[in-house]
Design a protein around this ligand. Structure first.
Ligand code: UT7
Length: 332
């Protein structure tokens, strides 16, 4: 993306619910074990929202945390983009519900649906508004309540997902060197059959039949998704790096979508990255879909692994199939 004006990520704020669901807890619900889940995915536990709470509630907490860290009045946010596949309801959008919860009347916003690539796609959309000079303070939120669409009778999917939210502020860059450098996104619609939620939309509206057949839950064929993700995380990362005359060795930190530790380690190996160049935190949260990358950002910051000027690569693959990468120099 050729910026009209350079754009920076100015801050990060996240929220995860307090309630922890461990592998051991899951082994009492479905035929699984801590050993299998840990070995095959790298996940130990995940967070689950309390009944009555939803995606907009977690998004609100993430945005409040972001604003508190920057001493920013939420009223100064001009645009809210919410990446989610688990909106509170079909409409109004989660962005509208979030605006109401934040009590910020002059902010507009919308939702963006791209599954696990939702955050990276939204980042590029939000950055385009700032780059074009249309807005100076855009907040991008990734928030997903996966527990609301996961079938806790299906051991192949229920062990993977968790709930969480993360938000970042996009502003004109103070130092034009430390900005969002580029994006590379792809979609391969032929992959839609491997990961989806069949019912509840316009094709199969909710009915007693769809509920009885458990069609309002995530359905995944793990193997084809795994293969596509492992191949594409590397391929898309190489494309964006090559476009910018960079190599994997130039990256200070890879912040990948957290779906499976084997996918992340496989990608890192193929790119020739050292362990200290890659953030893995899915053992704590599982796959929180649109929230994984901001949650990884927050953990990297807390561990002192992100410094001003660092070259950072974001990479994700998700349902669709969607593929999303972003390259930036960290600004704070
Ligand atoms: O973020 C969105 C994108 N999603 C992803 O990137 C997910 C990609 N896929 C994966 O991460 C992996 O494919 C899974 C973690 C979902 C599954 O791991 P796998 O190594 O691909 O397992 P599998 O599906 O090939 O299943 C192997 C065996 C099967 O048993 P049989 O047929 O060999 O007897 C499954 O029934 O493991 C069984 N299995 C389980 N066993 C214990 C599947 N889930 C479980 C489980 N506990 N939870």
């Amino acid at each position: 993306m050729k910026s009209v004006r350079p754009v920076q990520v100015s801050g990060v704020g996240c929220y995860v619910p307090e309630r922890v669901l461990t592998n051991h807890d899951l082994s009492k619900i479905v035929d699984t074990s801590d050993e299998w889940i840990l070995q095959r995915t790298g996940i130990s536990e995940r967070r689950i929202v309390d009944k009555g709470k939803a995606t907009s509630d977690m998004a609100e907490q993430a945005v409040r945390c972001l604003c508190a860290s920057l001493q920013l009045d939420p009223g100064e946010i001009e645009l809210l983009i919410v990446a989610t596949v688990t909106p509170d309801m079909f409409f109004p959008s989660t962005a509208c519900l979030l605006q109401e919860k934040l009590n910020i009347r002059h902010t507009w916003g919308f939702d963006l649906s791209a599954a696990c690539c939702g955050f990276v796609y939204s980042l590029s959309v939000g950055a385009a508004f700032v780059a074009a000079g249309l807005h100076s303070r855009v907040v991008v939120v990734g928030s997903d309540t996966m527990s609301s669409i996961v079938d806790y009778q299906d051991r192949a999917t229920c062990v993977i997902f968790g709930d969480g939210a993360g938000a970042v502020l996009l502003e004109p860059a103070e130092n034009p060197e430390n900005c969002l450098i580029d994006f590379h996104h792809e979609v391969d619609g032929s992959g839609g059959v491997h990961l989806n939620m069949p019912a509840g939309g316009s094709l199969l509206p909710s009915s007693c039949e769809t509920v009885k057949n458990r069609l309002h839950y995530v359905k995944q064929e793990g193997q084809p998704v795994f293969k596509f993700a492992t191949r594409k995380m590397e391929e898309a990362s190489r494309i964006i790096l090559r476009k910018n005359n960079l190599t994997p060795q130039d990256i200070c930190l890879l912040l990948p979508h957290q779906a499976n530790a084997r996918i992340i380690r496989g990608t890192a190996d193929r790119l020739g990255l050292r362990e200290d160049q890659v953030v893995i935190n899915l053992h704590k949260y599982g796959n929180t879909t649109a929230a994984t990358i901001p949650l990884a950002m927050q953990d990297a910051l807390a561990e002192g692994r992100l410094k001003e000027g660092d070259l950072v690569l974001l990479a994700s693959v998700g349902a669709g199939f969607t593929v999303g990468t972003a390259l930036l120099r960290w600004a704070f």
